[in-house]
Ligand binder design. Structure first.
Ligand SMILES: [Zn+2]
Length: 311
């Protein structure tokens, strides 16, 4: 794990122990001679009793080491043995894995079952356009059309994991006038908890092994598509559970910076804060979820304004 004490001391900060996992330092955000800024040595979280500054460790480190926050984040990553961190967080998951056999949907059987969208399927094309997805994007994500049975008049969206393997798919009704028991149907083989929507877009737009300056995490499929269509590096979670070890490992390979943009309902707001806490150990994290609003409620221009504050 990250040795916060070593990071502080190697930058010339005098640390006064207080309890088992805490030290006090002279706050770098205001002038003082008696240390009043408490730093938790397990989480790296800190809080100044004098000026009330507080936050994630990278912010403190950037101040005491006199570097920008991006560099501080890199220093944090270098100081931790990332491999052991990844091992630790995916260790818990491996235990679960032993109990459940991983299964995936074969792309060929999926392609056989559902047909490709084309200009001739006017209702499908119209619906997809209304959600910001054109035919080229539909091809990238392998979005399909349901034309019979339970899947009639639904756009079918594959749900993939971090390696692009198909865990399942969801079918969204394209006809709001028809009364349906389920607006969205889901079919799955693999654990949907590992879902990372829109990863196929990364494969097309980002070179292999290239890192990106940030990743925006959203809850659902169409939020993912909308932000990706505006060229933002975006990944969909399919829900708001905390991230799995697999997902965190994948993201560590991709970026230093995570921007959480969940729906602004009560559960989304709570989940966004919890996820921020979870990820702060590994990334520079921002939460830009807006109470009472979903990402799809914003126009392209509003999104650009909102995101320009953190990107
Ligand atoms: Zn202070």
């Amino acid at each position: 794990m990250i040795d916060y004490l070593q990071l502080l001391e190697s930058n010339g900060v005098e640390c006064v122990p207080s309890g088992k996992d805490r030290v006090f330092i002279c706050c770098p955000f205001h002038i003082e001679s008696v240390p009043s800024c408490g730093v938790h040595l397990v989480t790296g979280g800190w809080n100044c009793l004098g000026c009330h500054e507080h936050g994630a460790f990278y912010k403190l480190l950037s101040k005491v080491a006199n570097v920008d926050e991006q560099t501080a984040t890199l220093m944090l990553r270098d100081s931790s043995n990332m491999e052991s961190v990844i091992k630790e967080i995916s260790g818990n998951l491996n235990m679960e894995k032993e109990k459940t056999v991983k299964r995936f949907i074969k792309v060929k059987s999926f392609n056989d079952k559902f047909s490709l969208p084309s200009e001739s399927k006017k209702d499908f094309v119209k619906y997809l356009r209304s959600r910001g997805v054109d035919l080229i994007m539909a091809q990238t994500y392998n979005i399909r059309c349901g034309v019979e049975g339970d899947w009639f008049d639904r756009v079918i969206i594959p749900v993939v994991d971090f390696e692009g393997r198909m865990l399942g798919y969801t079918g969204r009704s394209i006809n709001p006038k028809v009364q349906l028991r389920f607006k969205t149907l889901r079919a799955y083989e693999g654990a949907m908890v590992d879902a990372l929507l829109g990863v196929s877009w990364f494969k097309v737009n980002v070179f292999r092994d290239q890192r990106v300056p940030y990743v925006i995490l959203v809850e659902g499929v169409f939020d993912t598509f909308k932000l990706q269509s505006l060229d933002y590096y975006t990944i969909g979670r399919l829900g708001t559970n905390l991230l799995t070890g697999n997902q965190i490992s994948y993201l560590l390979g991709l970026t230093n910076k995570i921007i959480i943009f969940y729906d602004g309902d009560k559960s989304g707001i709570v989940a966004a804060e919890k996820t921020k806490k979870q990820l702060e150990k590994y990334f520079q994290v921002y939460n830009i979820s807006v109470e009472g609003k979903e990402p799809s409620d914003f126009t392209g221009k509003e999104l650009k304004n909102l995101l320009s504050e953190v990107i």
